[in-house]
Design a protein around this ligand. Structure first.
Ligand code: PLP
Ligand code: COI
Length: 368
């Protein structure tokens, strides 16, 4: 088991995880075959972590166990009312073999904000960090070392109480699973085409848009299918005032010709940690950065006039992806292509993979 000291900020002692090894763990050869070409979200490591929560017992029974199906009562609240939240964070292998993740305190805090909105218990951040370390302690060999590869960690929490009344569940489970990852989009980093969702919104004022909860993604699937039908890779959502929100799984960033960088900010958008980090790197380069409403009109007119010189999307899974086309029911706007998105991508990934100095102290070692 990983040894961790009492957390200085919270005074919490580390949890005492029980560890049950997977006797049917993949052989080195089978694992290497998967790591050679992992794709995204298709294969899973040999173990998973879980911690139970109940109103009476708080957080308890922390476990590392063999990866496998979860047994749930058919009346479990999550299956009926969708009381669920998740996170997405990557582990990166550095050249010296060590394993690091990126700003996990931010993911831990976002999970707490999501929990608050979904009336789930807030997992203390030290427990969140320990859960990631416990999984890496047993499945560290699953962190790939190829270019742009990582181990995608998926923490999630759901209501498991068997009760059909509509109220916050009294029994909850927190899990972490892990999946080796290569490029999120087939074909690597190339400009993506975006479908403008006019009929469907992702979130509403006072809704759950800022939380990372399954329901937001469920709501994005039909518009995402519409995007595919219209030969687009991704879908972009507007708010009720026709301001740009975000894509189904990524934030949007606009670069103006005077170097200003603008990104939509509102309480219906997920606050991306990749976006926050890229904007910090841009500020370090002297760019002025604004978080504010960007209307669809500002986007389209800005591109037409040449005021907007680059548009890109960003998130943990896909990192940074230039937007090449915006397609609506009755228009197709080719987007200008610049170099900033890919330069920032390179700068960010150089930090994540330990190839550049970590000036902001963003890395967190998972395997020591
Ligand atoms: N917006 C949505 C809806 C997402 O699912 C994600 C991905 O996690 C993001 C934005 C980007 O967030 P992050 O950069 O923290 O991964
Ligand atoms: C992420 O980037 O981590 C996401 O959660 C996006 C998507 C895979 C849901």
């Amino acid at each position: 088991m990983t040894t961790i000291d009492t957390d200085p900020d919270t005074g919490l002692d580390p949890l005492d995880f029980s560890v049950t090894r997977n006797l049917a763990a993949k052989s080195n050869a089978d694992r290497d075959a998967i790591l050679a070409s992992p794709g995204f979200g298709q294969s899973f490591t040999d173990h998973m972590v879980d911690i139970c929560w109940s109103v009476r017992g708080g957080w308890h029974r922390p476990r590392v166990s063999p990866y496998g199906p979860i047994s749930l009562d058919p009346a479990a609240a999550v299956l009926h009312y969708g009381q669920e939240i998740f996170e997405g964070i990557k582990a990166y292998r550095h050249a010296d073999g060590s394993v690091h993740t990126f700003r996990p305190d931010q993911n831990g805090r976002r999970l707490q904000r999501s929990a608050r909105r979904l009336a789930l218990p807030e997992l203390p951040v030290p427990y969140f960090l320990q859960a990631l370390r416990e999984l890496i302690a047993v499945d560290g060999a699953w962190v790939p070392s190829g270019e742009d590869q990582s181990l995608y960690l998926r923490p999630f929490m759901f209501a498991k109480e068997a009760f059909l009344g509509v109220r916050p569940a009294h029994k909850v489970a927190f899990y972490v699973i892990a999946s080796p990852a290569g490029a999120y989009f087939k074909g690597g980093v190339k400009p993506v085409s975006i479908w403008l969702s006019e009929d469907y919104s992702r979130a509403g004022k006072g809704g759950t848009g800022a939380a990372k909860t399954g329901g937001n993604y469920a709501a994005s699937l039909l518009p995402q299918s519409e995007a595919y039908e219209n030969e687009c890779d991704q879908v972009v959502f507007l708010d009720q005032d026709r301001n740009v929100e975000e894509l189904g799984g990524m934030n949007v960033v606009f670069v103006y010709k005077d170097g200003t960088i603008v990104t939509p900010q509102s309480d219906s958008i997920l606050e991306g940690i990749t976006r926050d980090s890229l904007l910090q790197l841009a500020r370090d380069r002297g760019h002025h950065v604004e978080g504010r409403n960007v209307s669809l009109t500002e986007w389209r007119e800005g591109v037409a006039s040449g005021d907007i010189v680059e548009v890109f999307a960003c998130g943990t899974a896909a990192v940074v992806t230039p937007i090449g086309t915006l397609k609506g029911r009755d228009f197709i706007d080719e987007q200008p292509t610049g170099t900033l998105a890919l330069e920032l991508r390179e700068e960010l990934t150089n930090i994540q993979y330990g190839r550049a100095e970590d000036k902001h102290d963003w890395l967190y070692r998972l395997d020591a």
